[in-house]
Ligand binder design. Sequence first.
Ligand code: OSB
Ligand code: MG
Length: 382
Amino acid sequence: MTLSPSPTAALEKLPVSKIDRVDLVTVKLPFVSPFGTSVYVWTDKEAMLMRLESAGVLAWSECVSDPDPFYFYETNGTARHIIKDFLLPLVEPGIALGEIEARFRHVRFFVMDTATTENGLLNMIATQKGMPLHELLGRPAKKIMSGISIGLKETQADLLAAVENAVAKKYHRVKMKIKKGQDVEWVRAVRDRFRDLRLMVDANGDYSLTDIDHLKELDAFDLMMIEQPLSYNDIFQHAALQKEMKTAICLDESIHSLDDAAAAIALGACRIINIKQGRVGGLMESMRIASYCAGRGIDVWSGGMDETGIGRAVNIHLQTAEGFTLPGDTSETSNYFDEDIVEPGVFLDRDGFIDIPEGRGIGVKVVPERIIKRAVRMERLR
Ligand code: OSB
Ligand code: MG
């Protein structure tokens, strides 16, 4: 197999400065309405934020773990432990990002914590250089496509109202959550009403191969893809399912690295990959996966973890990278929060596109009063 030039070669050479101070700040933001998936219903976002300070320059980063292990095995509690006791001590002044990644590889599996730390360092470097993050990543600015993830609703009328709202805002595609017993008829209701909508579904692993005939009924609705129909832990069975289904399978939970993506593609387990930078260890691994997929006809898009504006800004910058061919889970701030902790928030323009926040680093500014208002825990690590 020929390998295309690494999209991160230049980034790996960048040295990090002395980080004088590191704090973890956990904030809790109420959702405007509960967000339901096949596994759990969240009523607020409890996000652990990392604040880095170097010679008076500030850079923030967001860990995408939840307080619970219902989407992923990490929690804000395990993330704090791994960052504090294992990752941060490996970050020494003057060493290059590639060396930091190599050191982080000794810490097995904790991709969300690796991502938090690495993304914070990238934001710091871009801020110090006075350039936007996408420029540090070597990517030109562009308008970012939008997409919304609609959680499970109590009634089909509620679902149709939410889709109607998304269509009116000009979202480039709509994702609806499904689960066993709330799938085919709910998709049919949406498709009957919105014939041309770019529509997809996400099952968060609720089905097994014994449901194959039922899942195949979804082939009738011209869906862009079905996201993670089978177990969060599986690649092999998805390959069997993809052979039987017309609709493209997209993997989310199963993919934690470039190696996982390569295995999934080689097995024919999916035709699309949802890249959540936090779930694959950060921006650099995300770029590697996206470039790898681009060379093999596999579409990728940026997933979301209903992040605060810090994580959202990172996802927005990432989507300038090679290979991000499809709209991601990047919705307006108001879809989740009455008030976010950053300015500016995310808005769609009249064609449904999102502007990259302007300025150094991730671009958005953290509003200190809002952090204080929402903080549930603060801890200085260094
Ligand atoms: O499966 O993509 C998912 C949110 C939390 C956990 C898992 C998922 C999601 C979403 C929300 O679908 C996407 C977003 O708006 O950030
Ligand atoms: Mg998903």
